[in-house]
Write a protein that binds this ligand. Structure first.
Ligand code: HEM
Length: 189
């Protein structure tokens, strides 16, 4: 998470400079780290619930919510979005709608927007994968060491760092549906 956070800081600087190639290249590193993080959860699946209870006794009130790495990632979301919108959109009189729809050209702005969407998606996958070892060890019906019902973590699955990049897909689908109909004819009768 520390390496992720530092890479995102670099990406933020390259966004200020509108250096798209460096942004895309660094995002590749970010995705690989994210994939490793997701993949490594399977190691925890080999631990029995009984073994985890022993580890848990040593955790006191420790919580993933206090993770400095994850909290930095949380903060980075708004920094990245601010840099993206000011440099790639406002600076060029563009909007999310334009780059995805009206003025869609696979532009630099579109490429960077999609790189942000990929990052957002992998955070979702991390959050989802994190639930599996919890189900296997303490169970989703229990309380965290800070006394919160573990189920609240499911709410995190709906969180998006860059909601505008997801909302545009709804909007475009609605527009297409209003023009071409919501339901299409089957390919074969
Ligand atoms: C058996 C293993 C694990 C269990 C039982 C577990 C359990 C939990 C619980 C109960 C919470 C909620 C915290 C609270 O209410 O204070 C939480 C949050 C969190 N955990 Fe874990 N965890 C495990 C492994 C991990 C690992 C390996 C990582 C890091 C790679 C991690 C990262 C996090 C993060 C970042 C949060 C905050 C999540 C968010 O805000 O969506 N956890 N975990």
């Amino acid at each position: 998470m520390k390496l992720l956070a530092y890479s995102l800081l670099d990406i933020d600087e390259y966004m200020q400079a509108e250096d798209t190639n460096r942004i895309i290249t660094l995002f590749k590193r970010v995705y690989r780290i994210q994939e490793e993080m997701i993949h490594l959860f399977s190691l925890l699946d080999t631990m029995s619930p009984k073994e985890y209870q022993e580890i848990r006794l040593k955790l006191a009130g420790g919580s993933g919510l206090g993770s400095p790495g994850f909290n930095t990632l949380r903060e980075m979301g708004s920094h990245l979005w601010k840099s993206f919108t000011s440099r790639y959109l406002d600076n060029h009189d563009l909007t999310v709608e334009k780059i995805y729809d009206d003025a869609y050209t696979y532009s630099d702005a579109y490429m960077v927007a999609e790189a942000l969407a990929d990052y957002d998606e992998l955070i979702q996958m991390f959050r989802y994968r994190h639930l599996q070892p919890i189900q296997r060890s303490i169970g989703m019906g229990s309380k965290s060491l800070r006394g919160r019902p573990v189920q609240f973590l499911e709410e995190g699955l709906a969180h998006r760092f860059f909601p505008a990049l997801w909302e545009i897909r709804n909007k475009m689908t609605d527009q297409w549906a209003s023009k071409h109909g919501e339901v299409r004819d089957p390919l074969r009768e």
